[in-house]
Design a protein around this ligand. Structure first.
Ligand code: FUL
Length: 500
Protein backbone atom coordinates (compact mmCIF):
# COMPACT_ATOMS: atom_id res chain seq x y z
CA UNK A 1 0.00 0.00 0.00
CA UNK A 2 2.01 2.95 -1.24
CA UNK A 3 1.09 5.94 0.90
CA UNK A 4 -0.17 4.17 4.00
CA UNK A 5 0.04 6.21 7.15
CA UNK A 6 0.91 4.57 10.40
CA UNK A 7 -1.04 5.24 13.60
CA UNK A 8 1.85 6.92 15.34
CA UNK A 9 2.07 9.81 12.93
CA UNK A 10 -1.49 11.08 12.62
CA UNK A 11 -1.42 14.79 13.38
CA UNK A 12 -3.63 17.65 14.31
CA UNK A 13 -3.90 20.50 11.78
CA UNK A 14 -1.54 22.69 13.86
CA UNK A 15 1.03 19.94 13.86
CA UNK A 16 0.54 19.52 10.12
CA UNK A 17 1.42 23.15 9.56
CA UNK A 18 4.48 22.75 11.74
CA UNK A 19 5.37 19.62 9.80
CA UNK A 20 5.29 21.37 6.45
CA UNK A 21 7.32 24.25 7.88
CA UNK A 22 9.99 21.99 9.25
CA UNK A 23 10.22 19.81 6.12
CA UNK A 24 10.62 23.02 4.18
CA UNK A 25 8.40 21.64 1.42
CA UNK A 26 4.70 21.89 0.80
CA UNK A 27 3.19 18.61 1.94
CA UNK A 28 0.69 17.05 -0.46
CA UNK A 29 -2.79 16.05 0.66
CA UNK A 30 -1.66 12.42 0.82
CA UNK A 31 1.24 13.09 3.17
CA UNK A 32 0.00 16.03 5.16
CA UNK A 33 -0.69 13.66 8.04
CA UNK A 34 2.89 12.44 8.50
CA UNK A 35 4.76 14.30 11.21
CA UNK A 36 8.44 15.08 10.86
CA UNK A 37 10.81 13.45 13.33
CA UNK A 38 11.09 15.17 16.68
CA UNK A 39 14.25 17.30 16.87
CA UNK A 40 17.16 15.63 18.67
CA UNK A 41 19.55 17.33 21.09
CA UNK A 42 20.68 20.97 20.85
CA UNK A 43 19.52 22.81 17.73
CA UNK A 44 21.17 25.53 15.62
CA UNK A 45 19.83 29.09 15.73
CA UNK A 46 18.70 30.83 12.54
CA UNK A 47 21.97 32.81 12.44
CA UNK A 48 24.01 29.61 12.83
CA UNK A 49 22.08 27.94 10.00
CA UNK A 50 22.96 30.87 7.72
CA UNK A 51 26.59 30.65 8.80
CA UNK A 52 26.66 26.91 8.04
CA UNK A 53 25.84 27.72 4.44
CA UNK A 54 29.04 29.74 4.03
CA UNK A 55 31.44 26.85 4.77
CA UNK A 56 34.52 28.60 3.36
CA UNK A 57 35.65 32.17 3.97
CA UNK A 58 38.85 34.08 4.56
CA UNK A 59 40.85 35.91 7.17
CA UNK A 60 42.75 39.05 6.26
CA UNK A 61 45.65 39.84 8.65
CA UNK A 62 46.90 43.35 7.96
CA UNK A 63 48.40 45.99 10.26
CA UNK A 64 51.73 47.61 11.20
CA UNK A 65 53.19 44.08 11.43
CA UNK A 66 52.97 43.83 7.66
CA UNK A 67 55.59 46.58 7.48
CA UNK A 68 57.71 45.73 10.54
CA UNK A 69 57.97 42.03 9.65
CA UNK A 70 56.48 40.90 12.96
CA UNK A 71 53.66 38.59 14.00
CA UNK A 72 52.82 40.43 17.24
CA UNK A 73 53.48 44.16 17.36
CA UNK A 74 54.56 45.49 20.75
CA UNK A 75 52.21 48.46 20.57
CA UNK A 76 54.91 51.16 20.24
CA UNK A 77 54.96 51.24 16.44
CA UNK A 78 54.58 54.79 15.06
CA UNK A 79 51.36 55.31 13.08
CA UNK A 80 53.55 56.14 10.08
CA UNK A 81 54.65 52.48 10.01
CA UNK A 82 51.36 51.59 8.35
CA UNK A 83 51.96 52.75 4.79
CA UNK A 84 50.72 50.49 1.98
CA UNK A 85 52.10 51.73 -1.32
CA UNK A 86 49.18 50.65 -3.50
CA UNK A 87 46.29 49.46 -1.34
CA UNK A 88 43.67 47.75 -3.46
CA UNK A 89 40.63 46.43 -1.59
CA UNK A 90 39.07 45.29 -4.83
CA UNK A 91 42.06 43.06 -5.62
CA UNK A 92 41.82 41.47 -2.16
CA UNK A 93 38.08 40.78 -2.45
CA UNK A 94 38.40 39.57 -6.05
CA UNK A 95 41.13 37.13 -4.99
CA UNK A 96 38.94 35.80 -2.18
CA UNK A 97 36.07 35.39 -4.61
CA UNK A 98 38.26 33.56 -7.12
CA UNK A 99 39.07 30.98 -4.44
CA UNK A 100 35.39 30.38 -3.76
CA UNK A 101 35.37 32.16 -0.40
CA UNK A 102 32.01 33.45 0.79
CA UNK A 103 33.36 36.19 3.03
CA UNK A 104 36.37 37.92 4.59
CA UNK A 105 37.18 38.75 8.21
CA UNK A 106 39.54 41.70 8.66
CA UNK A 107 41.90 42.26 11.61
CA UNK A 108 40.52 45.74 12.25
CA UNK A 109 42.75 45.87 15.34
CA UNK A 110 45.37 43.24 16.18
CA UNK A 111 47.23 42.89 19.51
CA UNK A 112 49.42 45.95 18.70
CA UNK A 113 46.33 48.14 19.06
CA UNK A 114 46.67 49.98 15.73
CA UNK A 115 43.22 50.56 14.21
CA UNK A 116 42.67 50.21 10.48
CA UNK A 117 39.76 52.65 10.66
CA UNK A 118 39.77 56.28 11.90
CA UNK A 119 38.52 55.58 15.42
CA UNK A 120 37.44 58.59 17.42
CA UNK A 121 38.54 56.82 20.60
CA UNK A 122 42.29 56.62 19.87
CA UNK A 123 45.05 58.45 18.08
CA UNK A 124 46.72 55.13 17.31
CA UNK A 125 45.01 54.54 13.98
CA UNK A 126 45.04 55.28 10.26
CA UNK A 127 44.03 58.92 10.75
CA UNK A 128 47.57 59.60 11.99
CA UNK A 129 49.45 57.60 9.40
CA UNK A 130 50.82 59.19 6.26
CA UNK A 131 48.90 56.69 4.14
CA UNK A 132 46.29 58.57 2.09
CA UNK A 133 47.23 61.67 4.11
CA UNK A 134 45.40 60.30 7.13
CA UNK A 135 42.13 59.95 5.23
CA UNK A 136 42.39 56.23 4.57
CA UNK A 137 40.05 53.65 6.04
CA UNK A 138 40.81 50.00 5.36
CA UNK A 139 37.58 48.84 7.02
CA UNK A 140 35.49 51.14 4.81
CA UNK A 141 37.22 50.09 1.61
CA UNK A 142 37.39 46.36 2.28
CA UNK A 143 33.79 46.12 3.52
CA UNK A 144 32.64 47.95 0.35
CA UNK A 145 34.76 45.69 -1.89
CA UNK A 146 33.34 42.61 -0.16
CA UNK A 147 29.79 43.81 -0.81
CA UNK A 148 30.66 44.44 -4.46
CA UNK A 149 32.02 40.89 -4.83
CA UNK A 150 29.08 39.29 -3.01
CA UNK A 151 31.17 38.42 0.07
CA UNK A 152 30.16 38.66 3.71
CA UNK A 153 32.30 40.92 5.88
CA UNK A 154 33.41 40.11 9.41
CA UNK A 155 35.53 41.92 11.98
CA UNK A 156 38.36 40.84 14.27
CA UNK A 157 38.88 43.26 17.16
CA UNK A 158 41.67 42.03 19.42
CA UNK A 159 40.67 42.15 23.09
CA UNK A 160 44.35 42.32 24.02
CA UNK A 161 45.71 45.79 23.21
CA UNK A 162 49.43 46.31 23.76
CA UNK A 163 49.20 50.00 22.88
CA UNK A 164 46.47 51.24 25.17
CA UNK A 165 47.51 52.73 28.49
CA UNK A 166 44.10 51.64 29.80
CA UNK A 167 44.68 47.96 29.19
CA UNK A 168 44.10 45.99 32.38
CA UNK A 169 41.87 48.70 33.91
CA UNK A 170 38.05 48.80 33.86
CA UNK A 171 38.16 51.83 31.51
CA UNK A 172 39.67 49.67 28.77
CA UNK A 173 36.51 47.57 28.57
CA UNK A 174 34.53 50.75 27.86
CA UNK A 175 37.10 51.71 25.20
CA UNK A 176 36.88 48.25 23.64
CA UNK A 177 33.08 48.36 23.53
CA UNK A 178 33.12 51.83 22.01
CA UNK A 179 35.34 50.56 19.23
CA UNK A 180 33.08 47.59 18.70
CA UNK A 181 30.13 49.98 18.38
CA UNK A 182 32.04 52.00 15.77
CA UNK A 183 32.66 48.89 13.70
CA UNK A 184 29.05 47.75 14.01
CA UNK A 185 27.65 51.19 13.17
CA UNK A 186 29.61 52.40 10.20
CA UNK A 187 30.45 49.51 7.89
CA UNK A 188 27.19 47.86 6.86
CA UNK A 189 26.28 44.30 7.63
CA UNK A 190 28.80 42.39 9.77
CA UNK A 191 28.53 38.61 9.47
CA UNK A 192 30.94 37.46 12.18
CA UNK A 193 32.73 39.04 15.14
CA UNK A 194 35.96 37.20 15.93
CA UNK A 195 37.23 37.28 19.52
CA UNK A 196 40.82 36.16 19.86
CA UNK A 197 41.76 34.14 22.93
CA UNK A 198 45.35 35.50 23.09
CA UNK A 199 45.44 37.77 26.11
CA UNK A 200 47.73 39.77 28.30
CA UNK A 201 51.49 39.87 28.69
CA UNK A 202 54.10 42.49 28.03
CA UNK A 203 53.45 45.54 25.93
CA UNK A 204 53.95 49.26 25.43
CA UNK A 205 50.73 50.22 27.27
CA UNK A 206 51.04 53.97 26.67
CA UNK A 207 54.74 53.98 27.58
CA UNK A 208 54.59 51.86 30.74
CA UNK A 209 56.41 49.00 28.94
CA UNK A 210 55.45 46.32 31.41
CA UNK A 211 53.63 43.04 31.80
CA UNK A 212 49.90 43.17 32.41
CA UNK A 213 47.76 40.16 33.17
CA UNK A 214 44.01 39.98 33.22
CA UNK A 215 41.60 37.21 34.08
CA UNK A 216 39.94 36.48 30.78
CA UNK A 217 36.88 35.00 32.50
CA UNK A 218 35.91 38.17 34.25
CA UNK A 219 37.89 41.15 32.94
CA UNK A 220 36.04 41.69 29.65
CA UNK A 221 32.60 40.89 31.10
CA UNK A 222 31.88 39.01 27.88
CA UNK A 223 28.13 38.49 28.36
CA UNK A 224 27.58 42.25 28.32
CA UNK A 225 29.98 42.78 25.39
CA UNK A 226 28.17 40.07 23.42
CA UNK A 227 24.79 41.60 24.17
CA UNK A 228 25.92 44.81 22.42
CA UNK A 229 26.40 42.79 19.25
CA UNK A 230 23.11 40.95 19.68
CA UNK A 231 21.36 44.32 19.85
CA UNK A 232 23.26 46.07 17.07
CA UNK A 233 23.87 43.20 14.64
CA UNK A 234 21.51 40.35 15.54
CA UNK A 235 22.49 38.18 12.57
CA UNK A 236 26.24 38.27 13.26
CA UNK A 237 27.75 35.08 14.68
CA UNK A 238 30.09 35.44 17.66
CA UNK A 239 33.30 33.44 17.51
CA UNK A 240 35.57 32.59 20.44
CA UNK A 241 37.19 29.58 22.08
CA UNK A 242 33.90 29.01 23.88
CA UNK A 243 31.44 30.22 21.24
CA UNK A 244 28.64 31.20 21.84
CA UNK A 245 27.81 30.77 18.12
CA UNK A 246 30.99 29.39 16.59
CA UNK A 247 33.91 27.77 18.41
CA UNK A 248 37.62 27.73 17.62
CA UNK A 249 38.57 24.23 16.48
CA UNK A 250 41.52 24.20 18.88
CA UNK A 251 44.43 24.37 16.41
CA UNK A 252 45.71 26.76 13.76
CA UNK A 253 46.33 24.05 11.15
CA UNK A 254 42.92 24.20 9.48
CA UNK A 255 41.94 20.72 10.61
CA UNK A 256 38.80 19.60 12.40
CA UNK A 257 38.66 16.43 14.43
CA UNK A 258 37.10 13.22 13.25
CA UNK A 259 34.46 13.18 14.49
CA UNK A 260 33.75 16.88 14.75
CA UNK A 261 30.38 17.23 16.48
CA UNK A 262 28.58 20.56 16.13
CA UNK A 263 27.68 20.42 19.82
CA UNK A 264 29.46 21.17 23.11
CA UNK A 265 28.68 20.31 26.69
CA UNK A 266 28.36 23.76 28.24
CA UNK A 267 28.31 22.26 31.74
CA UNK A 268 32.05 21.54 31.55
CA UNK A 269 34.13 23.95 33.65
CA UNK A 270 35.96 25.51 30.66
CA UNK A 271 32.70 26.30 28.84
CA UNK A 272 32.35 29.82 30.17
CA UNK A 273 32.83 33.16 28.39
CA UNK A 274 36.59 33.53 28.08
CA UNK A 275 37.02 29.77 28.65
CA UNK A 276 39.54 27.52 26.92
CA UNK A 277 39.27 25.38 23.82
CA UNK A 278 39.82 22.02 25.54
CA UNK A 279 37.64 19.46 23.74
CA UNK A 280 36.90 21.80 20.82
CA UNK A 281 38.55 19.74 18.10
CA UNK A 282 35.98 16.94 18.23
CA UNK A 283 33.18 18.68 20.10
CA UNK A 284 31.02 16.83 22.62
CA UNK A 285 28.14 14.47 22.13
CA UNK A 286 25.23 14.78 22.75
CA UNK A 287 26.14 18.18 24.23
CA UNK A 288 23.96 20.93 25.58
CA UNK A 289 24.44 23.64 22.92
CA UNK A 290 24.99 23.93 19.19
CA UNK A 291 28.45 25.55 18.82
CA UNK A 292 30.00 24.37 15.53
CA UNK A 293 33.72 24.64 14.79
CA UNK A 294 35.66 27.05 12.60
CA UNK A 295 39.13 26.03 11.38
CA UNK A 296 41.50 28.98 10.95
CA UNK A 297 44.77 28.55 9.09
CA UNK A 298 47.06 30.78 7.05
CA UNK A 299 48.01 30.27 3.43
CA UNK A 300 51.56 31.07 4.60
CA UNK A 301 53.43 29.99 7.75
CA UNK A 302 52.70 33.37 9.42
CA UNK A 303 49.43 35.23 9.82
CA UNK A 304 50.96 38.46 8.50
CA UNK A 305 52.81 38.97 5.23
CA UNK A 306 56.58 38.39 5.37
CA UNK A 307 58.71 38.65 2.20
CA UNK A 308 60.74 35.67 3.43
CA UNK A 309 57.64 33.48 3.11
CA UNK A 310 56.91 34.23 -0.54
CA UNK A 311 58.07 30.75 -1.47
CA UNK A 312 56.14 29.07 1.35
CA UNK A 313 52.61 29.65 0.06
CA UNK A 314 50.41 26.57 0.37
CA UNK A 315 49.75 24.85 -2.93
CA UNK A 316 46.26 24.29 -4.39
CA UNK A 317 46.56 20.58 -3.48
CA UNK A 318 47.43 21.45 0.14
CA UNK A 319 44.48 23.85 0.30
CA UNK A 320 42.19 21.18 -1.11
CA UNK A 321 43.38 18.73 1.57
CA UNK A 322 42.56 21.33 4.23
CA UNK A 323 39.12 21.84 2.71
CA UNK A 324 38.37 18.13 3.06
CA UNK A 325 39.61 18.13 6.67
CA UNK A 326 37.59 21.17 7.73
CA UNK A 327 34.48 21.70 5.60
CA UNK A 328 34.47 17.95 4.95
CA UNK A 329 34.21 17.27 8.68
CA UNK A 330 31.25 19.60 9.20
CA UNK A 331 33.27 22.68 10.25
CA UNK A 332 34.00 25.94 8.39
CA UNK A 333 37.34 26.84 6.81
CA UNK A 334 38.66 30.34 7.57
CA UNK A 335 41.75 30.66 5.35
CA UNK A 336 44.00 33.64 6.03
CA UNK A 337 45.23 35.61 3.00
CA UNK A 338 47.50 38.43 4.22
CA UNK A 339 47.94 41.55 2.09
CA UNK A 340 51.54 42.50 1.30
CA UNK A 341 53.24 45.91 1.72
CA UNK A 342 51.45 47.26 -1.32
CA UNK A 343 48.15 46.34 0.33
CA UNK A 344 47.37 43.57 -2.13
CA UNK A 345 47.43 39.78 -2.08
CA UNK A 346 50.85 38.73 -3.30
CA UNK A 347 51.22 37.04 -6.71
CA UNK A 348 52.03 33.46 -5.61
CA UNK A 349 49.08 33.54 -3.21
CA UNK A 350 46.75 34.86 -5.94
CA UNK A 351 47.86 32.07 -8.27
CA UNK A 352 47.40 29.33 -5.70
CA UNK A 353 43.98 30.64 -4.64
CA UNK A 354 42.69 30.91 -8.20
CA UNK A 355 43.74 27.35 -8.97
CA UNK A 356 42.25 26.10 -5.69
CA UNK A 357 39.00 27.87 -6.59
CA UNK A 358 39.00 26.20 -10.00
CA UNK A 359 39.51 22.78 -8.39
CA UNK A 360 36.62 23.38 -5.99
CA UNK A 361 34.27 24.65 -8.68
CA UNK A 362 35.03 21.88 -11.16
CA UNK A 363 35.00 19.12 -8.54
CA UNK A 364 31.62 20.05 -7.14
CA UNK A 365 29.96 21.20 -10.38
CA UNK A 366 28.30 17.89 -11.28
CA UNK A 367 26.49 15.67 -8.81
CA UNK A 368 26.69 12.24 -10.40
CA UNK A 369 23.81 11.02 -8.24
CA UNK A 370 21.47 13.58 -9.77
CA UNK A 371 18.89 11.71 -11.86
CA UNK A 372 19.84 8.31 -10.37
CA UNK A 373 17.25 5.93 -8.92
CA UNK A 374 17.21 5.95 -5.12
CA UNK A 375 15.54 3.30 -3.00
CA UNK A 376 15.42 3.37 0.77
CA UNK A 377 14.87 0.48 3.18
CA UNK A 378 12.33 2.68 4.98
CA UNK A 379 10.62 6.02 4.37
CA UNK A 380 8.87 7.83 7.17
CA UNK A 381 5.15 7.04 6.99
CA UNK A 382 5.76 6.12 3.33
CA UNK A 383 5.40 9.83 2.76
CA UNK A 384 6.71 11.68 -0.27
CA UNK A 385 7.70 14.48 2.10
CA UNK A 386 10.44 12.25 3.52
CA UNK A 387 11.31 10.13 0.49
CA UNK A 388 14.85 9.18 -0.47
CA UNK A 389 14.48 11.33 -3.61
CA UNK A 390 15.23 14.30 -1.38
CA UNK A 391 18.80 13.05 -1.00
CA UNK A 392 19.55 13.87 -4.62
CA UNK A 393 17.35 16.90 -5.29
CA UNK A 394 20.12 19.42 -4.57
CA UNK A 395 17.96 21.07 -1.90
CA UNK A 396 19.22 21.22 1.71
CA UNK A 397 15.75 22.09 2.95
CA UNK A 398 14.30 18.69 2.04
CA UNK A 399 15.42 15.39 3.55
CA UNK A 400 15.00 11.66 3.77
CA UNK A 401 13.71 10.43 7.13
CA UNK A 402 12.57 7.09 8.46
CA UNK A 403 9.97 5.95 10.96
CA UNK A 404 10.94 6.68 14.56
CA UNK A 405 11.99 3.12 15.39
CA UNK A 406 14.15 2.73 12.24
CA UNK A 407 17.54 4.04 13.33
CA UNK A 408 19.91 2.15 11.03
CA UNK A 409 18.32 2.28 7.58
CA UNK A 410 20.03 2.09 4.21
CA UNK A 411 19.55 3.65 0.83
CA UNK A 412 20.72 2.50 -2.60
CA UNK A 413 21.64 4.89 -5.40
CA UNK A 414 21.40 3.14 -8.76
CA UNK A 415 23.28 5.19 -11.37
CA UNK A 416 21.93 2.99 -14.18
CA UNK A 417 25.42 2.76 -15.69
CA UNK A 418 29.01 2.25 -14.54
CA UNK A 419 30.04 5.47 -12.81
CA UNK A 420 33.42 6.56 -11.48
CA UNK A 421 33.66 8.84 -8.45
CA UNK A 422 35.94 9.47 -5.49
CA UNK A 423 33.91 11.87 -3.34
CA UNK A 424 30.63 11.32 -1.51
CA UNK A 425 29.03 14.32 0.22
CA UNK A 426 26.50 13.78 3.00
CA UNK A 427 24.50 16.41 4.84
CA UNK A 428 22.06 16.11 7.69
CA UNK A 429 18.95 18.28 7.94
CA UNK A 430 20.32 20.55 10.67
CA UNK A 431 17.05 22.07 11.98
CA UNK A 432 16.36 18.61 13.48
CA UNK A 433 19.77 18.46 15.19
CA UNK A 434 22.84 16.31 14.63
CA UNK A 435 21.43 12.77 14.69
CA UNK A 436 23.50 10.10 12.95
CA UNK A 437 26.60 8.81 14.76
CA UNK A 438 28.10 6.47 12.19
CA UNK A 439 27.66 5.44 8.56
CA UNK A 440 29.19 3.18 5.94
CA UNK A 441 29.35 3.31 2.14
CA UNK A 442 29.31 0.25 -0.09
CA UNK A 443 29.81 -0.28 -3.80
CA UNK A 444 28.16 -3.00 -5.85
CA UNK A 445 31.04 -5.13 -7.06
CA UNK A 446 31.05 -8.56 -8.75
CA UNK A 447 27.48 -9.26 -7.71
CA UNK A 448 27.72 -8.23 -4.07
CA UNK A 449 28.09 -5.22 -1.80
CA UNK A 450 31.58 -4.26 -0.73
CA UNK A 451 32.26 -1.54 1.84
CA UNK A 452 34.70 1.15 0.66
CA UNK A 453 34.37 3.80 3.40
CA UNK A 454 32.87 4.52 6.77
CA UNK A 455 32.70 7.46 9.13
CA UNK A 456 31.18 9.04 12.21
CA UNK A 457 29.73 12.57 12.43
CA UNK A 458 27.89 13.98 9.40
CA UNK A 459 26.28 17.27 10.45
CA UNK A 460 26.43 20.14 7.98
CA UNK A 461 28.74 18.36 5.58
CA UNK A 462 30.74 15.15 5.49
CA UNK A 463 33.05 14.72 2.53
CA UNK A 464 34.29 11.19 2.02
CA UNK A 465 37.28 11.21 -0.32
CA UNK A 466 38.55 7.85 -1.51
CA UNK A 467 40.47 6.19 -4.31
CA UNK A 468 38.33 6.18 -7.47
CA UNK A 469 35.35 3.83 -7.21
CA UNK A 470 33.82 2.39 -10.39
CA UNK A 471 30.38 0.93 -9.87
CA UNK A 472 26.81 1.24 -11.01
CA UNK A 473 25.31 1.15 -7.50
CA UNK A 474 26.22 2.88 -4.25
CA UNK A 475 24.75 2.10 -0.83
CA UNK A 476 24.67 4.33 2.24
CA UNK A 477 24.09 2.60 5.55
CA UNK A 478 23.44 4.56 8.72
CA UNK A 479 25.09 2.21 11.20
CA UNK A 480 24.53 4.09 14.47
CA UNK A 481 22.01 6.71 15.48
CA UNK A 482 20.15 7.39 18.72
CA UNK A 483 17.05 8.42 16.75
CA UNK A 484 15.80 8.03 13.20
CA UNK A 485 18.10 9.85 10.80
CA UNK A 486 17.16 12.93 8.74
CA UNK A 487 19.59 13.18 5.82
CA UNK A 488 19.35 16.14 3.44
CA UNK A 489 21.93 15.12 0.85
CA UNK A 490 23.84 12.27 -0.67
CA UNK A 491 25.85 13.67 -3.57
CA UNK A 492 28.59 12.01 -5.59
CA UNK A 493 31.51 13.72 -7.33
CA UNK A 494 34.65 13.00 -9.25
CA UNK A 495 37.61 15.18 -8.28
CA UNK A 496 38.81 17.60 -10.96
CA UNK A 497 42.24 16.61 -12.27
CA UNK A 498 45.29 18.77 -11.76
CA UNK A 499 45.62 19.32 -8.00
CA UNK A 500 49.33 19.99 -7.46
C1 FUL B 1 45.99 34.15 17.44
C2 FUL B 1 46.75 35.46 17.36
O1 FUL B 1 47.65 35.60 18.45
C3 FUL B 1 47.47 35.43 16.03
O2 FUL B 1 48.30 36.53 15.86
C4 FUL B 1 46.42 35.37 14.95
O3 FUL B 1 45.65 36.56 14.93
C5 FUL B 1 45.51 34.16 15.15
C6 FUL B 1 44.37 34.08 14.18
O4 FUL B 1 44.99 34.14 16.44
O5 FUL B 1 45.46 33.90 18.66
Amino acid sequence: MPFSVSRRVVLTSTAMMAASLITGSAATAADAVVAPPAPYGPLPSARQLKWHELEFYGFCHFTVNTFTDKEWGYGDEPESAFNPTDFNADQIAATAESAGMKGLILTCKHHDGFCLWPSKYTEHCVKNSTWQAGNGDVVRDLSAACRKHGLKFGVYLSPWDRNSKLYGMPEYVTYYRNQLRELLSNYGDISEVWFDGANGGDGYYGGAREKRHIDNHVYYDWPNTWSIIRQMMPNAVLFSDAGPDVRWVGNENGMAGDPCWATLDMNKPNRVPGGTAVGNTSGERPGTAWVPAECDVSIRPGWFYHPSENDKVKTPAQLLNLYFQSVGHGAALNLNIPPDRRGQIHEPDVKSLAEFGRLLRETFATDLAHGAKVTASNVRGNSKSFSAEHLIDGDRQTYWATDDEIKTPEVVVDFGKPTTFNIVRLREFLPLGQRAEAFALDQWKAGKWEQFADGTSIGNCRLVRTAPVLTDKLRLRITKSPVCPAIAELAVFSEAPGAK
